[in-house]
Design a protein around this ligand. Structure first.
Ligand SMILES: [Zn+2]
Length: 404
């Protein structure tokens, strides 16, 4: 069976959580072209995925007291006593970013500057949480909002070319912290959750606290945005100027080397439990959960800042067969909060549900009508994952329990 996106044509499921080898990985979005191939989640011979392997290691093999000691030594190198900011934490005000900033400031005595690359369309609860972070948590913050006319064009192109409407935004959030650090001459950037929490392409990615700078550096001349080259984009939209695209441009490696910027994950140094992080954010930063369950899953507190998140997870489900409920359930299985059987029940109930709540808002923003959107969505169903029969789409190569 043919696999679009260069993912393995045979689906292998992790035997411990609900993930499978179709989950692609973070990459430098300015190198991501239409039709680029992707690496999927690593699964070992025993059927255990990289996220589950990392989780086991996190709970048994890591001496967290030693790691915290290492954190204190590392932070001491960057702490400033003259009132200047000594590190950058970027985020929208969600549970993770607000907690990292709070720990760094109030537990480890740092002076972080928080920066926010605005979601494409802030939800009401997301906006309140940004304000809560600043006012209840107590932080200085720069909110950067890119030109809305340009982000509308880029979201539309990314939706049409890659079924990935938030792709340009993703690059923005990956790079804003480093860009602001260079601007303010700050040498340390801290992110929270190591990507290994969600698995990786190899199991070697967990041995260092460093963030992969490859994700926001690009020394090449040919830069891609929304799946097309900047040249093609400017040809298609003649009103776009070079200035309009500055927020989406990568950093040159020489700039980082010259300034000795260090970008790390706090979650490498302290044990990262998403549920604990959530409690911490509520208690210390006034973090609020949504007033209703998120379409496509059962949760109310993850990825609730941007109206586009709902559509994004749905697109992910169409392209890779992995929906929002499966991310939430797999993570909770690993943390020991639910069993795999309970996770399967939750996925059966919620996975792949249409993102009704903000669907029309996203389409309006991208200036795409519903019929066109449906056609685009269906054109991204890979034949090795989907078949159309009896007037509906069914997943092939899915776990038997989920397809019953
Ligand atoms: Zn797993």
């Amino acid at each position: 069976m043919r696999s679009l996106y260069g993912l393995p044509s045979t689906v292998i499921h992790c035997k411990f959580c609900l993930m499978n080898n179709q989950k692609p990985f973070s990459m430098n979005e300015t190198k991501n072209k239409k039709g680029s191939s992707k690496n999927g989640l690593y699964i070992n011979n025993e059927g255990k995925c990289a996220a589950c392997i990392y989780n086991e290691k996190k709970n048994t093999n890591i001496d967290w007291a030693v790691r915290e000691q290492k954190l204190k030594i590392m932070l001491a190198k960057y702490r400033k006593k003259n009132g200047n900011y000594d590190c950058i934490v970027s985020g929208s005000g969600g549970k993770d970013s607000s907690t990292i900033a709070h720990l760094l400031k109030y537990k480890y005595n740092m002076n972080p500057l928080t920066v926010t690359y605005s979601p494409i369309l802030y939800t009401e609860v997301g906006w309140r949480n940004l304000r809560n972070w600043i006012y209840v948590g107590g932080f200085d913050n720069y909110l950067f909002t890119p030109n809305g006319k340009i982000s509308s064009i880029l979201a539309r192109e990314a939706f049409k070319n890659m079924l990935h409407p938030i792709q340009p935004f993703k690059f923005g959030i990956k790079s804003i912290a480093a860009k602001m650090a260079l601007r303010f001459d700050i040498k340390l950037v801290m992110f929270g959750e190591p990507y290994a929490e969600y698995g990786s392409q190899s199991i070697n990615d967990t041995t260092s606290p460093s963030y992969n700078e490859e994700w926001f550096i690009n020394d090449n001349k040919d830069i891609y945005l929304s799946g097309v080259s900047i040249g093609q984009l400017k040809k298609r939209y003649q009103s776009i100027t070079d200035n309009d695209l500055i927020p989406y441009l990568p950093i040159k490696s020489s700039e980082l080397k010259k300034r000795k910027l260090n970008v790390e994950f706090l979650g490498w140094y302290i044990k990262w439990d998403p549920q604990e992080i959530y409690y911490y954010a509520c208690k210390n930063n006034g973090f609020e959960v949504d007033d209703q369950r998120t379409d496509g899953t059962y949760g109310r507190y993850s990825g609730i800042d941007d109206k586009f998140e709902w559509l994004h997870y749905y697109c992910h489900y169409i392209k890779y067969g992995i929906g929002r409920a499966r991310f939430d359930a797999s993570q909770e299985i690993r943390s020991g909060h639910i069993s795999r059987e309970e996770g399967i029940k939750l996925c059966k109930k919620f996975e792949g549900e249409r993102p009704k709540r903000y669907f029309q808002d996203c389409l309006n923003f991208m200036d795409i009508d519903i019929d066109e959107a449906e056609k685009i969505i269906d054109s991204f169903r890979s034949p090795h994952l989907w078949k159309y029969q009896s007037n509906k789409w069914t997943r092939v190569q899915e776990l038997k329990e989920l397809n019953e």
